[in-house]
Each structure stands twice: as C-alpha cells, then as structure tokens.
Design a protein around this ligand. Sequence first.
Ligand code: 13P
Ligand code: SF4
Length: 331
Amino acid sequence: MSDAAKIPAGTDLIEEINRLRKERNAVILAHYYQKPELQDLADFVGDSLELSRKAAETDADVIAFCGVKFMAETAKILSPEKIVVLPDMEAGCSLEDSCPPEKFAAFRARHPDHIAITYINCSTEVKALSDVIVTSSSAETILQQIPKDQPIIFGPDRHLGGWLSRKFDREMLLWPGVCIVHEAFSETELLKLMAQHPGAPVAAHPECPPAIIDHADHVGSTSSILNFARDFPGDTLIVATEPHIMHQMEKALPEKTFIGAPGADGNCNCNICPYMALNTLEKLYVALRDLEPRIEIEEGLRLKAKASLDKMLEMASATVGKGDLGPVAAG
Ligand code: 13P
Ligand code: SF4
C-alpha cells in the first residue's frame, strides 16, 4: 500500500506530525539536502557530522531521520536504545552502493599495512571494517592527525579522497566510488554560468570531480558552504552541490542571490539527490505514527562500527564551535 493510501482523507499532515512528535518524544533530524518542507519541520538541520553529534546526544525516545539510510544507521549505532525511523528505507546512496563490504574487506586484506579512513557515506558493515570514519567537515582535521609515514586507504569517494590527497600532498589508495549527484555537474556549463556572472564566486562540495573543484573559490562540507555563503563579500554565489541546500541560504540571506551549478544540458534536475528526494511529509507522518520503517542493527556489528565512529567524534572535536551556521534550529 502506498503511503498516501495509508493516510485518512483530510489529515492535516503538519498538525499530525507536530502532535506525534510530542506524543512520541521524538526529535526530527534533517540533512540540508532534504525538501524544504522537511527542513522547516525539523528540530535540527545539519551536515553529516552535526547530525551524528545530535543523534549521539539527544534525550528523545525516537529519532525520525530525514536523510539517507547510512545517516539513520549512524544515529542507531550511536544511540542504540532509541527507536530510529527513516521515512523511506529505499533512501540509499551511490557511494554506499559502490562499496560492497566483501570487496572492501578483500581490498583491505591486500594492503595490511594501510589504515582505512572511510567516508561516512558507506554501510554499517564497511564502517565496521574501517579504522576511522570521516565526514566532509571532519576529514581535514582527522587526516592531519595521522602520522605522515602511515599508509592510507581512503574510500568510498574517490573525489573527496583525491581532493584531500592533493590538498595535503598525501598519497592514498582510493576506492573508485562516486556520488552520482555531484558527478553530474558539467564543467562546460559551469564556465558558461561563470561568464554570465563575472565576479560571482563558486562554492563546491568535495564530492565534485576535480574539473568542477578546480574552478571553486571555496571547497567544503554543506555547513562550510553555508558559512561561505554568509561571509563572502559579494551578492551572487554559484553553488555546486545538491540544490536543496539553497533553501537555508535563501532563508538566512534573502539579500543575496544563489545560483545552482548546472548539469550537462544546462538546465536539468540531475543534481537533485534521488535518494534524499524519496522522503516526503506523508512518509514522515506514517513513520512517526507507526514507528516504521525502523533501523535495526545486530549488536556485534554495531559495536564494531561504533568503534570507528567514536574515533571520528574524538578526532573531529577540534572542528566544533567555529561559529557555523549549522546545525540550525528550524523555523
Ligand atoms: P555533508 O553534509 O557532511 O557535507 O555531506 C553531504 C553528503 O554527502 C550527503 O550526501
Ligand atoms: Fe549519496 Fe550523493 Fe545523495 Fe549524498 S548526494 S546521499 S553522496 S548520492
């Protein structure tokens, strides 16, 4: 049965979600790539690191995670006593799909002297096979704490790994995964847009390929892009990441203009994350009402994955409190 079919006619979704979140003692967490109506309903909107921290420290009984599956699994790994629901269990990630645990385990076995620094966009099984997890906002701080002579495997995002490798002049063995959303930006179309807006800086997520990153004035996580949007001195910014992030920019900075970087035909919707887009108000309502679909993780696996996530939280602590725009309270 579709979610719409499960909802009685005439239901006021916002009113019902607000009633249920109180009744369930639920916290609603949302990533910046979620639809505006979900970002506006959330208790916290943030990047992957901020949402992990919120999930670890919340005293709610239920976490309703408006994001993708690896994010909701991270919340469950860090807060196992809580019920964690994901509005649509099909909300995956191309980076996670690129890295099957058995292949990653074999890759690690071929390089026993390497440590595995792994992007959070991966399965719980791959986290359990890793030494330390990073997000795009914590990767630089964490990498700088690894001794220079320590060989490193970095997966599953070869663009984030490549960018870190170039920035810090560090050789790393890169897993060949990509984000299908950031991969779809077109350099040719970006150059045309830059010519139409001379002087407008470009902010890009490090999941973008080098051809896009090479034109960027700022490269960083979603929350760092929001900070850049607030702080750059001009009035127009070209944004090379999933376009739903511009909702927060437009709310916080109505006097500035934000333009999404284009895909190959100059005008496509190919940069909307199809996984993030699966979550809807209807599905959030059903998830809070039925407490399903629910994330469950076998305890032995959870503990192994928790070790690499705990390591991230410990090593990333130097990035906290730099005056970010996020995590931002809704409203
Ligand atoms: P951050 O929000 O951590 O920058 O990562 C974005 C992302 O990969 C979501 O897919
Ligand atoms: Fe995965 Fe890319 Fe979507 Fe993020 S934007 S969830 S990396 S597919």
